[in-house]
Design a binder for this molecule. Structure first.
Ligand code: MBD
Ligand code: FE
Length: 281
């Protein structure tokens, strides 16, 4: 029988693969021959060193071959790379940034979400489960001037599901583009997301089970914060006390990205303040 969770695993991988293939990231795939040669050789050298050090057997080599085939069949290359590799690419790419910290994008961003002026309420179902969350913030430059930018936001629902990657959710559920005012201030109403378990029935889940790891990411809110003339920040915001803030399967938590939500003044759920400071482009 196909449970809701199985359906998510089967669909989400292939959708993330199709989304990547259709994205502008494909236009930037030209890598100079010298870099390809250097990087491919060094990655292979690291593989050879591991085989020699641990005396890898033919059984293990064939298990690897079988697993690599299934990563592609399950459409899980975006998931695999974003969970286990992207955090180091992000670290290197942002090492000279003076403004706010960011973190990885992950596999479930969808561009061109519907725009709203602040104050905004993200699209939600009438019976959207969970806790109301109000986020107030400001986009600023390094000198403290407000920037009339925008916040693209996307996150899982109160059951851990992302719209457009899990079946049965409205297209833009809990996704949106929020335009800040002329001083960079914005206010976004949404619902607190649940922790996220990566699909257990695909290739990544098989690796996790075979290694005896866990499949969890802490609850998180994804954002892309941008303003004209400034460097875009891709980030995720986390909640204090989440059991997986210290052992995120995707290694994407940074202490600077943990929120401090308080009971809302109007008694409805929680509210928090979190600002972003952007470097010049
Ligand atoms: C996610 O929701 C996510 O943010 C990452 C990085 C990987 C898998 C699922
Ligand atoms: Fe996510």
């Amino acid at each position: 029988t196909i449970t809701e969770f199985d359906a998510k695993a089967a669909e989400s991988g292939n959708k993330a693969t199709e989304r990547f293939k259709a994205s502008g990231k494909r236009a930037a795939l030209e890598v100079p021959k010298e870099r390809v040669s250097l990087l491919a050789r060094e990655v292979l050298e690291a593989v050879y060193a591991t085989i020699r050090k641990h005396k890898v057997t033919y059984a293990e080599y064939n298990a690897l071959k079988d697993w690599l085939i299934s990563v592609g069949e399950d459409g899980e290359w975006p998931l695999f790379l974003d969970v286990w590799v992207e955090h180091v690419v992000e670290e290197v790419a942002t090492e000279n940034r003076k403004g706010s910290k960011g973190t990885i994008e992950g596999p479930y961003y969808v561009p061109d979400s519907p725009a709203q002026k602040t104050p905004a309420r993200l699209p939600r179902r009438d019976d959207e489960p969970g806790t109301e969350l109000t986020w107030k913030g400001q986009i600023r430059d390094l000198d403290g001037n407000g920037l009339p930018g925008k916040v693209e936001i996307w996150h899982a629902d109160g059951a851990g599901f992302y719209s457009q990657y899990a079946p049965g959710l409205p297209e833009w559920n809990l996704r949106g583009t929020v335009l800040a005012d002329e001083n960079g201030n914005f206010e976004i109403q949404t619902m607190r997301p649940a922790p996220y378990q990566i699909p257990t029935d695909g290739a990544c889940g098989k690796l996790i089970a075979a290694a005896g790891w866990h499949a969890w990411r802490p609850a998180h809110i994804h954002v892309k914060v941008s303003a004209p003339g400034h460097e875009l920040i891709t980030a995720q915001l986390y909640f204090p006390g989440d059991a997986h803030n210290d052992d995120d399967i995707a290694s994407a938590v940074k202490p600077e990205l943990i929120l401090d939500p308080k009971p809302a003044a109007d008694g409805k759920g929680e509210e928090m303040v979190y600002d972003f400071v952007l470097d010049p482009a």
